[in-house]
Design a protein around this ligand. Sequence first.
Ligand SMILES: [Zn+2]
Ligand SMILES: [Zn+2]
Length: 298
Amino acid sequence: MQRRTFLRNSALSAGMLALSSKNLMAAIMQQPAYKMKTLRGDIGIFTERGGTIGYYPSKEGYYVIDSEFPDQAKHLIEALQSQKEMPIRMLINTHHHGDHTGGNIAFKGLAQNVVGHVNCLANYKRVAEQSKTEDKQLFQDMTFGDSWKHKAGKEHIRTYYFGAAHTNGDAIIHFENANVAHMGDLLFNQLAPYIDRSAGANIKSWIQVLEKTQKTFSKDTLFIFGHAGNPDNVTGNLDDIAAFKNYLEKLLAFTAEQIKAGKTKAEIVKIPEIPGISWKGSGAERSFSAAYDELTSM
Ligand SMILES: [Zn+2]
Ligand SMILES: [Zn+2]
């Protein structure tokens, strides 16, 4: 038995040595390495892999915003239950993408309600049907339109839908008392965004959505972002909303200039970055591609 263990350990060590540093990094990355951080008013964020999760422990149970992927959702649920054993009152999705709803299934039989914008549910169902993964999803059983209000213990949750943007079904989830607003993928912080035209995304309308966001919230509002160039920067303030709005404005204007100058789509997407935007490591290709398609489809 001992010898067996020794042989196995030796094999493991040899295997470890044979791992290239890249594979070793990949192996390390597979370890559960989530982060949880309380922001204010008991509202916290959970990050591991996928779009940032928000959570709030109310008297009646937990409120969770977005679910990353199944393993990540399990880690979150375990961590929340170890902090305080309580039911999951509600799971709210900011939009339908798999890195925000993939973990919904982990809430099956746990969350009393799953909530999202009507277009979020329509997109979610369509994509699941196309990929024949309906059995791996937990769809919303409650939907809202432009706005929805809900009392959650000492918090008031209010949702805002301002129109097409990253998809045509993105909502902002606002905890009014703490003044914390989850933006989902309406904001990619210092990172080239994903613009999902197959789900009704529209850059011009996205700029207006961000303008409405600027008018609706205050200097004191603490925003949660779906993604960030630096994973530590998934929260921020109105300055970050202005910076991202500036990115989209520059993207549209610059792409329009290139089209006017007679450049083809293949030429435009090869341009390494939008002049005036110096986000480190941000691949502008997908932004240019979406902007070109939007501008030439009108
Ligand atoms: Zn996302
Ligand atoms: Zn998304």
